[in-house]
Design a protein around this ligand. Structure first.
Ligand code: 2P0
Length: 332
């Protein structure tokens, strides 16, 4: 029988660690941007992906979460604003917290702060759930290892499995029905000069969330059949490019993988289009810079903003080329 998310929690959390060991706990987790994307699930309840994926974390850009217990319902504050109980975010967080309430009537006070624009395709659910899992680990004294934390974070949001770690991270798709082999881990490659900048085009909430868009793509896009093989090939080439610190190949694979993902979702019915005219202008500018000899590549996720990939020594040329737009550099 396929386990429920509650069964996964029960399997991973020691039975004698169901009560808080401290009054409150806080944790940070970085956002991450995929260089080879996760798009499509083989199991919706456990957030098990069709394919593996690979990301780079964004250093100090991410989510801080502070947690403490309280009597009664959950109270969630995001970026200084208390959220209404019936907001979709609170409902999602509360159903996740249901897996670890010590007793009925036990609530949580969750104070989350994102250092990255929320819900504009900058992966705040990934860093948010990863930070929440780390804070729960502290509050209850679970002392879980990275693999277990990654599995628990995945139950909140697939890409959160990768935000448990810093740097270059691979999320193994796994094949087990219970998902115990679907977790992220560091790739083991350090590349200090690799840079990713965020070009902020819109801080507005996106029209369709990635969860629904992913499902629609899997169910209706005639191009989805080609996606697993595309990712399989891109993962192999990306890993070899990263191991060799080959920037041209790394950038080329990241860019083509992102474009293939967007092409696949464009073919869904109704189509899923996250690009704005300004997104296309940035992509064309990146291509123009490359034609002038500046090694710079882009990737895009489920939102209109564009992320650019370059090496530290070309930063002046990249900043100058993209000076028309707001340029957010992690770790700056
Ligand atoms: C990624 N994205 O690999 C891909 C690329 C967006 C585009 O993972 O339903 O919020 O919570 O598992 O992780 C966004 O999807 O989806 C995402 P759920 P998630 O980063």
């Amino acid at each position: 029988m396929i386990p429920s998310p509650a069964d996964v929690f029960r399997a991973l959390i020691p039975p004698n660690r169901r009560e808080p060991v401290q009054a409150s706990a806080a944790a940070f987790a970085p956002a991450n941007i995929a260089l080879v994307k996760y798009w499509g699930k083989r199991d919706e309840r456990l957030n098990l992906p069709v394919t593996s994926s690979l990301s780079v974390s964004l250093g100090k850009l991410g989510s801080d979460v502070r947690l403490c217990g309280r009597q009664g319902r959950d109270v969630v504050t995001l970026n200084g604003k208390p959220l209404p109980d019936d907001s979709s975010f609170v409902r999602r967080v509360s159903s996740y917290l249901d897996f670890c309430r010590p007793a009925a009537g036990w609530g949580f006070e969750v104070t989350a702060r994102n250092t990255i624009p929320t819900a504009a395709g900058f992966a705040s659910s990934a860093s948010g759930f990863a930070a929440l899992v780390r804070a729960l680990d502290g509050l209850f004294g679970w002392h879980l290892d990275g693999r277990a934390l990654s599995i628990l974070a995945r139950l909140g949001s697939g890409s959160a499995s990768r935000s448990i770690f810093e740097g270059l991270v691979e999320w193994h798709a796994g094949c087990a029905a219970d998902g115990m082999d679907s977790y992220a881990e560091p790739l083991g490659v350090e590349w200090a000069d690799l840079r990713m900048a965020l070009i902020v085009l819109s801080r507005a909430e996106k029209g369709i969330g990635s969860r629904a868009a992913m499902q629609r793509t899997v169910e209706t896009s005639p191009l989805y059949a080609a996606w697993p093989a595309t990712v399989h090939r891109d993962m192999a080439e990306m890993k070899s490019a990263l191991q060799e610190r080959d920037f041209t190949r790394t950038g080329a694979v990241a860019e083509r993988n992102a474009l293939a993902m967007h092409a696949t979702m464009l073919a869904a019915s109704p189509p899923v289009l996250y690009w704005q005219p300004e997104s296309v202008r940035v992509m064309q500018k990146v291509w123009a810079l490359r034609a002038e000899g500046v090694p710079v590549y882009f990737t895009m996720d489920a939102g209109p903003n564009v992320k650019v990939l370059y090496l530290a020594d070309t930063e002046p040329a990249v900043r100058e080329g993209l000076a028309d737009w707001e340029f957010v550099k992690p770790n700056a």
